[in-house]
Design a protein around this ligand. Structure first.
Ligand code: SAM
Length: 263
């Protein structure tokens, strides 16, 4: 069976991925060949006796840069080893911010090639020559792109059919295709713990009312925690396709503090 998606990771530190790839859902997806992850040590493309991959920046300044004459041939060779050459991502804090919609877009690809930087990053000509998509996982600075590659692999593989136990569970998660706002609160046994009870409605067996409660709760917590997600089109979806203003929508849903209702 051919894997649905192949990730090629170009890194100076492939062993960082050892634990990540050998546990839980990812391990299973690799064993069942739903996905494939190939790690390439960029140092194999380094030149000279010391296999040097980095050098000082022209003009001075701190740190070292990954050399274009090592990185470019490495990427080109890996991309052309097999078809398709894949979508080439280069991790940099200056790139397009990775999010769930971006993950959904990548999940439609057959192959993703990911270039992990280190030190002060890449010689600028790497981007000029290879024209990769520059991708950031957030506005902070990591030591290298390996954690970013793990973030992309994990977010994308969850979306591949047959990988999660419940086919639909990833569609209702926060930010996801059927629920671009936050997921609702979830509870399991015990029904009561330290005076905190499970909302009665969830124990009622009334599926229509439970669905309505979840929608209400999802909207309520989005309004409280991430009001920026409540764009007009989401408000339309959330209100059964009738466009409503935010205030009108929220007045439809009673806002209650469920956690302490038994007290
Ligand atoms: N000098 C670079 C800058 O300020 O833009 C930062 C270099 S960073 C220390 C080294 C490498 O870590 C980068 O080349 C990139 O591959 C990776 N990296 C760091 N932060 C990242 C982020 N937020 N998203 C994606 N990759 C990141």
């Amino acid at each position: 069976m051919l894997p649905v998606i192949c990730f090629d990771v170009l890194t100076l530190f492939p062993s960082i991925f050892d634990g990540f790839l050998s546990e839980s859902v990812l391990k299973r997806a690799l064993i069942t060949q739903k996905i494939e992850v190939r790690l390439h040590n960029m140092r194999d493309w380094a030149k000279g006796r010391h296999a040097t991959m980095d050098d000082r920046p022209f003009g001075g300044g701190p740190g070292m840069l990954l050399k274009v004459d090592c990185v470019a041939p490495c990427v080109e060779e890996i991309q052309h080893r097999q078809e398709p050459p894949g979508r080439l991502l280069m991790f940099t804090p200056q790139g397009r911010c990775f999010n769930q919609k971006f993950a959904e877009e990548l999940a439609t690809e057959q192959r993703i090639v990911m270039l992990c930087g280190r030190y002060e990053g890449f010689d600028e000509r790497v981007a000029e020559i290879l024209n990769p998509e520059e991708v950031s996982i957030g506005d902070y600075i990591l030591n290298g792109g390996e954690v970013a590659a793990m973030v992309v692999i994990e977010a994308v593989m969850r979306l591949i059919s047959g990988i999660l136990g419940d086919e639909n569970s990833n569609r209702l998660d926060s930010f996801s295709i059927d629920n671009r706002i936050l997921d609702c609160a979830h509870y399991t046994r015990p029904r009561e713990y330290r005076g905190f009870s499970v909302p009665e409605i969830l124990l009622s067996g009334n599926h229509a009312e439970i669905a309505q409660w979840r929608k209400n709760n999802s909207l309520q917590r989005t309004k409280e925690k991430r009001p920026d997600l409540l764009t007009p089109d989401l408000l339309t979806t959330a209100s059964n396709n009738s466009p409503l203003k935010t205030e009108t929508l929220f007045s439809q849903f009673s806002i209650t503090k469920d956690k302490k209702q038994s007290k």
